[in-house]
Design a protein around this ligand. Structure first.
Ligand code: NDP
Length: 448
């Protein structure tokens, strides 16, 4: 049995109840086979893969808070500090009822390679809670965030672990958490990113993941003799990533015609109206049916089990920007049948393993999230730099650096794929390029 298979078997046995984590490890280790097989003896002696798949440490804690009726509620908080070989742990905090340790571990594991790919000195981590901010009052969200940070603040710091936003954690939640950290620890430092502009946030951080996704996609298309100009895009999600992906796609000449949320999806033949979408989702925090009510060219479809939503729409480019495993094999088949030629992931692991394989086998240009959505964490690292030097850069400065980083990520993934004989396979290329730097640092630092 090969070293990769041995480790995969051990990871499966040890983490049997964590399907998302197993899916992420499976994808990464399988795509790393050419590199690992070329160094099998050395890596095995160093137990390198076993160390890579075991978080350095993980915290699980009680988060009690009082709701508006005076009732005490209890949620579970998590922080997984996965790998600090190349820098302080960095990764978002997800607030969603589906959160459990397996989801946080999958996200933290992916984050190691993504952060390495940015070329910036940041390690991998992730955290969150099964708390659902939806439908809660601002006071309830504040009560939760303060209780969450009361415990989390013991484990994080500007030079050790710097969390950020993710699903359910936007500017409001980061603000409440930052206030509580400062109050308890008594230090004003860049311990969180995604902060408001008045207290250390970076211009262009809000836009970064969506914009970065489109910079990457643009570069991938150009390198394959294609362009975004005039192309129809199917986008899922209606949150931070989706909104700014739609905006940048329009700026680059494409026409996004769909978006979705957890209750339904929109097809807008005239192209999505970003200002209206922002008003509905960012300001009112309402459902997408409100978008359709104000826009005659839009159709609203209620989400139904077994239906394939935005992926049934005829498009050239698909941009999944909602959540994990939202694009399955049937969706992939529908996209190929409808003439789609590129899929670029804005969300983390939105495409199932079978769907990814099908898309790649059918010649679709496929951009894996850990490369194509790395613009968010890259700009978070730029926010850390600005906080350290106590300066704020202009929007253009940050956006220019973001664009350079995304183009470089594409080039690293592309050349790693070519080097190991899998030209055009950006999944393998991204994993290999991210892995090489982390492994180099781990080996240099001895057994730890
Ligand atoms: P948001 O919470 O801002 O938005 C998520 C969107 O997806 C919402 O519109 C939500 O609907 C929708 N959604 C969530 N779950 C489902 C579901 N099961 N079915 C359909 N729609 C769903 O999150 P972000 O935009 O920040 O994150 C989206 C993805 O991108 C996540 O995978 C995240 O990990 C990843 N990501 C985010 C980064 C960032 O900088 N924000 C950086 C890198 C990756 P509703 O409005 O109803 O809640």
């Amino acid at each position: 049995m090969s070293y990769v298979d041995e480790v995969l078997e051990r990871v499966r046995t040890k983490n049997a109840s964590e399907p998302e984590f197993l899916q992420a490890v499976d994808e990464v280790l399988n795509s790393l086979r050419p590199v690992i097989e070329a160094n099998e003896e050395k890596f095995k002696k160093e137990a390198l893969l076993e160390r890579l798949c075991e978080p350095e440490r993980q915290f699980k804690f009680r988060v009690p808070w009082v709701d508006d009726n005076g009732q005490v509620q209890v949620n579970t908080g998590y922080r997984v500090q996965f790998n600090s070989a190349i820098g302080p742990y960095k990764g978002g905090l997800r607030l969603h009822p589906s959160v459990n340790i397996g989801i946080i571990k999958f996200l933290g594991f992916e984050q190691i390679f993504k952060n390495s790919l940015t070329g910036l000195p940041i390690g991998g981590g992730k955290g969150g809670s099964d708390f659902d901010p939806k439908g809660k009052s601002d006071r309830e969200v504040m009560a939760f965030c303060q209780s969450f940070m009361t415990e989390l603040c013991k484990y994080i710091g500007a030079d050790t672990d710097v969390p950020a936003g993710d699903i359910g954690t936007g500017a409001r939640e980061i603000g409440y958490m930052f206030g509580q950290y400062k109050r308890i620890r008594g230090v004003y430092e860049g311990v969180l990113t995604g902060k408001g502009l008045s207290y250390g946030g970076s211009l262009a951080r809000t836009e970064a993941t969506g914009y970065g996704l489109l910079y990457f996609t643009d570069e991938m298309l150009k390198s394959n003799g294609k362009s975004l100009e005039g192309k129809i895009c199917a986008v899922s999600g209606a949150g931070n990533v989706a909104i700014y992906a739609i905006q940048k796609a329009q700026q680059l000449g494409a026409k996004p015609v769909t978006c979705s949320d957890s209750t339904g999806w929109i097809y807008d033949s005239e192209g999505i109206d970003v200002d209206l979408l922002k008003e509905v989702k960012e300001v009112k925090r309402a459902r997408l049916s409100e978008y359709a009510a104000k826009r005659p060219s839009a159709e609203y479809h209620e989400k139904k089990a077994g239906e394939h939503g935005v992926w049934t729409v005829k498009c050239d480019v698909a941009l999944p920007c909602a959540t994990q495993n939202e694009l399955d094999l049937d969706d992939a088949k529908a996209l190929v049948a409808n003439g789609c030629f590129a899929v670029a992931e804005g969300a983390n692991m939105p495409t199932t393993l079978e769907a990814t394989k099908y898309l790649q086998e059918n010649g679709i240009l496929f951009a894996p999230g850990k490369a194509s959505n790395a613009g968010g964490v890259a700009t978070s690292a730029l926010e850390m730099s600005q906080n350290s030097e106590r300066l704020s850069w202009t929007f253009e400065e940050v956006d220019g650096k973001l664009k350079d980083i995304m183009v470089n990520i594409f080039r690293s993934a592309d050349s790693a794929a070519k080097k190991y004989g899998c030209d055009g396979d950006y999944v393998a290329g991204a994993n290999i390029a991210g892995f090489e730097k982390v492994v180099d640092a781990m080996l240099a630092q001895g057994v730890c």
